[in-house]
Ligand binder design. Structure first.
Ligand code: FAD
Length: 620
């Protein structure tokens, strides 16, 4: 336990996010609740009820305001956007881009004082549902504002905001985010692009190449991350990352030809090169040497919207697949009459419902006063919704049989388009490590303090510990207050609530024993960390659906019975998955298959080949 505070080690430098240090100027939601570290507390076996219950609600005025934005955008996407043409030609037509600009979609989260719509995260999520109907457009707009110009909103000075935001909000200027390099993808801290301060200290000279830059060929404003020399407090000189706002007009900025991609083909992805580009010192974004924090803040703040964007796409796909399943006949029956086809619709609806619930819960947390750190929550939404998208699009395609596989129909495009979601904005492997390690670090800190209290003889801590041990030995039902007198979950969802409480409690116990077992070496236990992340994602997802469905029942919303069904199915499945995963976490080698799995992969990777003898080969 003692070393838990050191859990992070060098990994911290790579994945860790400092608490939100930058103020975002945005249209506040009147009704958003305060928010504090919901996910981190799950690692301690606790549910911070007030952070997730009741499900966030907005006022009628706010709803009307959102709908005013959504209506025209929905009309435009339904009637005028030709996604097939965009995919085939690998380009978004200029007139489509112009219309997107005129709808204000290039400045959705830019504060109103700088000419943007100044949308809250909740409003942004709602518009994302519509924009997600065309993946190429969604990615283009996200690269422009969720990452390209976001740094200026989060960390820019007043002068930088006034200089750049108005023309970015109108779409006159397009933005791009330049972090990735040929030798530096997930390991963003290892970038080599360098910015050297000129002798007169008035500008930096930027040299280096970036790859996979969305909008790289369209952008005139780039948020660029480069290594700079920084003098530390002890006088030593170190290389640290600094963020810069770079204009194409500064000179020495070129881009390669657009990448020929599998999906999101209408978005523009290319290499961007900087050769002796002179960047004025006024264009440093945030602090010199503070660029890694800027990059992580940008990425962490944008991820949540993937949940609503994917849900928007899935809702459309479910409608199309249901229409087909009800009209196509085989064996003299509609496809919709077959259990194996029906099951796919239940799965798709369930995933869409869960990711939508997670996305709006997280958006409300981000909208809360005090700029809370929701980086674990946003990462969980990203992992769940990207994998949900991939699973559901594949299942929908299966409903269409052969018709799903040809380019005459859009379903194969949905499949190609959705694959990227697991790769960019932090790969799902990296995000799982981030989710697990951030929470374990938090738990380690608290538990270390508790051990100290025990040693000091603090009576309250001793009593808490004894009652916890007693409860474990008696196997009593866990009650974390979700139901009952002060309950927050509707009685018709009580079963799901009890399952969540039990999972959360035993997750806390598992975390404690993992920290004792591995100490700081847990950083190297990726298969363990993956399980920790998977349980946590399920716990957060269960919370989100229980909260949302409870609200729907309470308000008597249309079709709330259907929501209860989805919530119950999900909670039950997630509970059993969690039980299995928690039991795996408790196991040691060789009961646990991890050592065998590692051995197999080591043998393959040593030979760099599949190594079994061909089944037809003979010994002699
Ligand atoms: C279409 C597209 C658009 C993009 N847009 C942008 C953009 O606008 N700006 C920008 O800066 N970048 C952009 N990217 C880059 C993207 O963010 C990176 O591709 C991503 O971060 C992964 O980096 P990589 O491709 O180098 O893969 P690598 O980092 O080499 O990873 C390869 C595989 O190894 C895994 N892996 C790596 N490290 C670990 C580890 N420590 N533990 C376990 N597994 C690990 C990864 O998860 C992945 O599965 C874009 C990429 C694409 C394809």
């Amino acid at each position: 336990m003692g070393g838990c505070g050191l859990l992070w080690g060098s990994v911290a430098a790579r994945f860790c996010r400092a608490p939100a240090a930058f103020a975002v100027s945005r249209r506040p939601l009147l009704t958003s609740p305060p928010s504090r570290a919901f996910a981190k507390e799950l690692f301690l076996g606790k549910i911070q009820k007030k952070e997730a219950f009741p499900f966030p609600e907005i006022s009628r005025d706010e709803l009307n305001e959102i709908n005013q934005f959504v209506g025209p955008v929905e009309k435009f996407f339904t009637e005028e956007v030709d996604s097939r043409k965009i995919d085939q030609e690998g380009k978004i037509p200029d007139e489509t881009l112009e219309k997107l600009k005129s709808l204000g979609l290039f400045g959705m989260q830019v504060p109103e004082e700088y000419g943007g719509l100044g949308l809250s995260n909740t409003m942004y999520a709602r518009l994302g549902e519509v924009i997600g109907l065309d993946a190429s457009i969604a990615v283009t707009l996200a690269a422009h504002q969720a990452i390209g110009l976001k740094g200026i909103i989060l960390a820019g000075s007043k002068e930088q905001k006034a200089r750049y935001l108005p023309r970015l909000a109108s779409g006159e200027h397009v933005a791009a985010f330049c972090l990735t390099e040929p030798a530096s993808g997930s390991d963003a801290a290892s970038i080599r692009t360098r910015a050297t301060l000129s002798a007169d200290k008035r500008h930096y000279v930027l040299n280096g190449s970036k790859v996979w830059i969305t909008n790289g060929g369209l952008a005139s404003i780039f948020t660029v991350f480069a290594k700079t020399e920084v003098v530390d407090s002890d006088g030593s000189v170190k290389d640290k990352i600094t963020a810069f706002i770079v204009e194409r007009d500064f000179g020495g900025v070129t881009n390669g030809k657009p990448e020929d991609k599998m999906g999101i083909r209408g978005s523009n992805t290319c290499e961007v090169h900087f050769e002796n580009t002179r960047v004025p010192v006024e264009n440093v974004l945030g602090e010199v040497g503070g660029g890694f924090k800027v990059a992580m803040n940008i990425l962490n703040s944008g991820r949540f919207s993937m949940g609503s964007t994917v849900a928007g796409m899935l809702k459309k796909l479910i409608g199309m697949a249901a229409e087909y399943a009800c009209t196509r006949k085989q064996f003299n029956r509609s496809l919709s009459e077959f259990g194996l086809i029906q099951e796919k619709f239940a799965l798709m609806a369930q995933k869409a419902y869960v990711m939508e619930s997670m996305a709006y819960l997280t958006a409300a947390m981000l909208d809360a006063p005090g700029f809370p750190d929701c980086s674990i929550e946003t990462a969980m939404v990203k992992v769940f919704s990207s994998e949900g998208a991939w699973t559901c699009v594949s299942e929908a395609l299966q409903v269409f049989g052969g018709s799903g596989y040809v380019r005459d129909h859009p379903y194969e495009r949905f499949l190609r388009d959705s694959r990227i979601l697991l790769i960019f904005e932090g790969t799902n492997e990296i995000l799982r490590m981030y989710i697990a390690l951030t929470g374990l670090q938090h738990a380690g800190r608290i538990l270390t303090a508790r051990v100290k209290e025990l040693k000091r003889g603090n009576v309250t801590t001793i009593m808490e510990t004894i009652s916890q041990r007693l409860r474990d030995s008696l196997g009593r039902t866990v009650d974390l207050g979700l139901t009952g007198k002060l309950g927050v979950v509707h009685p018709s969802l009580a079963d799901g609530a009890h399952k969540l409480e039990e999972n959360v409690y035993y997750f806390g116990r598992s975390v404690e024993s993992l920290l004792l077992r591995f100490g700081k070496t847990i950083v190297e236990e990726q298969l363990v960390l993956k399980r920790v992340a998977n349980v946590l994602i399920n716990l957060y997802a269960m919370t989100a659906v229980l909260s949302r469905a409870s609200r729907s029942i309470r308000l008597g919303l249309r079709d709330h019975d259907h929501e209860v069904l989805l919530a119950n199915i999900f909670c039950s499945e997630a509970y059993h998955q969690n039980l299995f995963t928690l039991s795996q976490l408790d196991k040691h080698s060789p009961e646990n298959l991890d050592e065998l799995v590692k051995k197999v992969s080591q043998q393959i990777l040593e030979k760099r080949a599949y190594i079994c003898t061909h089944p037809l080969d003979r010994a002699s």
